[in-house]
Design a protein around this ligand. Structure first.
Ligand code: G6P
Length: 613
């Protein structure tokens, strides 16, 4: 999704913006550009393709100055090209804009502006913004007021950043709806803004966030925040602790590989400060859950997108089993259109790595509208899904850069396990012995993860065997059924191999017709309560000549005797097993994509944080 960086201060903005955009590459983009103010003139460079092309362009034809704004674009209106890349200049050449989101009334606005004689230079919806600003400036307004008028006229969820050669002392930024975030970074005699923290964290760790329908006038020495309607606001200053080093690849070839290997640490971090092993209890302070409310909850609806939704499906089993509260999982893009049956006695739990996914935020808004309590499990600190929730659990796993989510999948599995115990404890539905045993099992997790990840070489060997397949079926049951979905999603996302996840018991109702010698079948068959059922699925797949790759518990001779390949996992308490069985599947997808020479961290057509509907 589009990335934005801005700088105002005494330094040259060009390298600050280019480095910042580099840190936002993980969001996915197809063109990039920047504009700086030099001796009263706006200078622009932009190009289709990767940021390296823009850097080359700037090296050949340097620009310098400040303030400056830059952008990586993920095309919505108009093909990826230099012409459509941001920033976009107005007709006077004195105002420039970058934008993330979709201007929903752009066709109407374009018609009106064209009727005024304006010639559009691009196919983007973004260009209407800069022409509107110039329209108001021509009528006598300054940049800030002209921008405010414009923000009130454009519809949809948008982030807009503007500057003008005539007012070099400011950058104006607005977050109009639930589009991507705006982080304002506070420096000394200089200030920064960006879509996300990694872009500016080498310069400052003191940040503020814009909420929906707020705008900021960013100067060198001060930042003024107000609502789009003009009411002053005083946002809280957060100090973020992520250091730049954690956002680097280190010894790994790809961020995804690094993040897979960070999972022992990530799951330790997600438990940090929350597990009282001595008392056998869980503390989730940020959830702000009272015993009275815990007892009143009638239903929990989990909503999320992509990988996060599959994490939610595991959560359903955990919360129902441990806390005995009915749980349903609804894909966030469907939730608000389903006239959901949810009310004050219910909880809507959103799960999101970025905390900025438009569909997830819209689902939360709908839940709030219907009076449900809003909870979120979120990785990005200070993100919208964290801020608008009544209570939250921070994943605490540090930045995730690879587009295909890994550690932000396993962390919420552990978070929901803790949540289930906490709920059961408050509701008095768990006997002490069982509760203590469940809590004690958490201790095993980091070591089980490490031992599984140590087996990467075995996974890589199997990846070589599978690298040329065209289709792949993933089967699982019970608590490991969502792992079949997630394993298939990982493979299709980064290797572009068609893969389908299926509840194993459904195989006989359709997918079995697909099975022949050319169809690998990945069977997730650890020693959990569904083990015997999975054995019979493996037999059925083998009987049709399928190649079976099984995920099995160490020492399981039965599976070993039937499967063509086995990816072994250590014995794990079944309710925690999805956090372990998914690991070989992440590594399998990673190695297949890497052997195929693909862009693992930024797969085609995908974005890390999807901030449009
Ligand atoms: C995008 C990403 C997925 C992610 C999904 C939800 O599609 O490519 O990896 O699972 O969004 O993102 P979230 O930030 O809400 O977890």
């Amino acid at each position: 999704m589009c990335g934005i960086v801005g700088y105002i201060g005494p330094r040259d903005a060009t390298p600050i913006i280019l480095n910042g955009l580099k840190r936002l590459e993980y969001r996915g983009y197809d063109s990039a550009g920047l504009a700086v103010l030099n001796n009263g003139q706006l200078e622009l460079r932009k190009d289709a393709g990767k940021l390296s092309q823009l850097v080359e362009h700037v090296n050949k034809s340097p620009i310098q100055g400040a303030p400056g704004i830059g952008h990586t674009r993920w095309a919505t209106h108009g093909v990826p090209s230099a012409r459509n890349a941001h920033p976009h200049l107005g007709q006077t050449g004195r105002v420039v804009v970058v934008h993330n989101g979709i201007v929903e009334n752009f066709l109407e606005l374009k018609d009106e502006l064209t009727a005024e004689g304006i010639e559009f230079q691009s196919d983007t919806d973004t260009e209407t913004i800069v022409h509107l600003v110039e329209h108001y400036m021509a009528a006598g307004l300054g940049l800030v007021e002209a921008a405010r008028q414009t923000f009130q006229h454009i519809q949809g969820a948008n982030v807009v950043v503007l500057m003008s050669a005539d007012e070099p002392d400011k950058i104006v930024a607005a977050r109009i709806g639930n589009a991507g975030g705006v982080v304002l970074g506070l420096g000394e005699g200089e200030n920064f803004l960006a879509s996300d923290i990694p872009a500016i964290m080498e310069h400052t760790q003191r940040v503020m966030y814009l909420e929906a329908r707020q705008m900021a006038v960013v100067g060198r020495d001060q930042i003024q925040v107000e609502t789009i309607e003009g009411v002053p606001v005083k946002p809280q200053v957060h100090v973020v602790s992520w250091d730049p080093v954690t956002a680097e690849k280190g010894e790994y070839r790809h961020f995804m590989q690094k993040e897979i290997h960070e999972q022992a640490q990530a799951l330790t971090d997600t438990m940090a400060g929350r597990v009282d092993f001595a008392r056998g209890q869980i503390r989730l302070n940020d959830l702000k859950l009272t015993q009275e409310f815990a007892k009143r909850i009638e239903k929990i609806t989990i909503t999320a997108c992509g990988t996060a939704a599959y994490a939610g499906m595991v959560g359903k089993t955990l919360i129902e089993k441990i806390a005995r509260i009915p749980v349903e999982v609804v894909i966030a893009s469907e939730f608000r259109y389903s006239d959901p049956i949810i009310g004050p006695q219910d909880v809507l739990l959103a799960i999101s790595q970025s905390g900025e996914t438009a569909d997830t935020l819209a689902a939360m808004e709908e839940g709030k509208r219907k009076g449900a309590a809003l909870w979120s499990i979120v990785n990005a600190i200070g993100s919208q899904a964290m801020r608008i929730a009544d209570g939250f659990i921070s994943m605490q796993t540090g930045p995730e850069i690879g587009v295909a989510s890994t550690k932000a999948f396993t962390a919420p599995l552990i978070d929901q396990y803790m949540l289930a115990i906490h709920l059961a404890d408050l509701r008095g539905t768990l006997d002490e012995k069982t509760r203590r045993a469940l809590v004690a099992d958490l201790r095993l997790v980091p070591d089980l993860v490490s031992r599984t990840l140590e087996r990467e070489a075995e996974v890589e060997k199997i990846a070589y065997r599978l690298k040329d397949v065209h289709d792949c079926l993933y089967l699982g049951r019970g608590i490991n059924m969502p792992i079949a979905y997630e394993g298939a999603l990982k493979l299709k996302e980064i290797s572009y191999i068609h893969a389908e996840g299926y509840p194993a018991g459904e195989m006989k109702h359709g997918p079995i017709a697909l099975i022949d010698a050319s169809m690998p079948v990945v069977c997730i068959a650890p020693k959990d309560p569904w083990h015997a059922k999975m054995i019979s699925q493996i037999q059925q797949a083998k009987a049709r000549g399928g190649t079976v790759i099984a995920i099995a518990t160490d020492g399981d001779e039965l599976v070993q005797g039937m499967a063509d390949y086995v990816l072994w996992v250590p014995e794990t308490p079944w309710m925690l097993s999805p956090a372990i069985t998914v690991l070989p599947l992440q590594m399998l997808a990673y190695h297949i994509a890497s052997i195929r020479g693909l862009d693992v961290d930024q797969p085609r057509n995908l974005a890390k944080s999807v901030t449009v509907e």
